[in-house]
Design a protein around this ligand. Sequence first.
Ligand code: CTP
Length: 398
Amino acid sequence: MGKNVLLGVCGGIACYKAVEVASRLRKKGVDVTVIMTKSATQFVTPLTFQEITGNPVSVDMWDKVQHWDVAHISLARKADFALIVPATANILGKLAAGIADDMLSTTLLAVTKAIYLAPSMNTNMYLNPIVQRNLKLLSSLPNYHIIKPASGHLACGVEGVGRLPEPAEIVEQLEKDQLAEESLAGKTVLVTAGGTREAIDPVRYIGNRSSGKMGYAIAAEAVRRGARTILVSGPVALAAPAGAEVSKIETAREMKELSERFFPQADITIMAAAVADYRVENPAPLKIKKEQEALLVHLVKNPDILAGLGKIKKEGQVLVGFAAETHDLLAFARQKLVKKNLDMIVANDVGRKDAGFNVDTNAANLISKDGKIEEIPLMSKSEMAKVILRRAEALLSK
Ligand code: CTP
């Protein structure tokens, strides 16, 4: 079945390029549903999009009801992803502020899938700190993706950044992310996520700051690529990715048991969990009372799950680990890659405020077994998940 894309068209001079985007998507067998803002209709008529897509075009919230569904909700639900071309400063501001005051902004708030924004506007408008703040906020959210504007001669006579990329380039980016075949169909991906907890007594534990966001984003992406996806997760405050088989655990030893159980079935295993390196040797069976002035808790080493998997790895299985470091990132990461018999390691500088633990963005270096290092700039964790899986997939097919 072909995909359905919700194409939002806003009122900017680059509006006419949205016509070609719609046409290119149609030629690829994509079902395109267009919502235009009122200003967009000043540049291009709804009839143009209707003819190209073969679908009715919505502009007004209060158009005559054509069916019994609530229109903005049913359009949002139907879409496999949304694309806004051109994304004006106005729609960026509205989305960043959660404003729903017309058909497009109202529908977009109800979209839970990926939303691609292709900003296009005058250079000074684009560089305006408020617009930049809105873009930064949106790109930190898991389902928003920004298609960067190009530089060049703008319709307003200025040379600079803000030009809408060519329709072919926009469609090419979507092709990689959304329209590609289910590249992992028939494969199994095992992901671990979140931190583990080690009991001190029945009410207290030793834990860490892992939110599980990176591992959950990887699992969601694996599902999207058609893989059977098994997620072994520590306690986190995240909704399980739809379509993944999720097992919840608390301790490192529980995570080890489940990981080893599922590992033989997995083509790709990605160990994103923050496993406690130590556990309390003898957790108190009853709540510890505060009778003593000082309390000594004796810790013993936990098994290294990843190293264990590295030992039983078979030909054809791809094993990916993470390295959380505050210093000497690449050197330590490389050592872990070799020691744990990995095919790739994602080296995270957890000293940075905008990457690693408990934030929505990440930046990393991907180091593969052959020594190749690829620097991945700061991006949302869902974008990072795509990069990691793309590389893991390439290793699998080698
Ligand atoms: N890991 C694991 N089992 C452990 C500790 C870590 O499977 N007991 C995995 C993590 O999930 C990660 C990788 O090993 O994929 C590296 O974890 P990290 O905490 O960076 O390194 P450690 O091996 O624990 O070494 P150190 O804490 O000394 O840096």
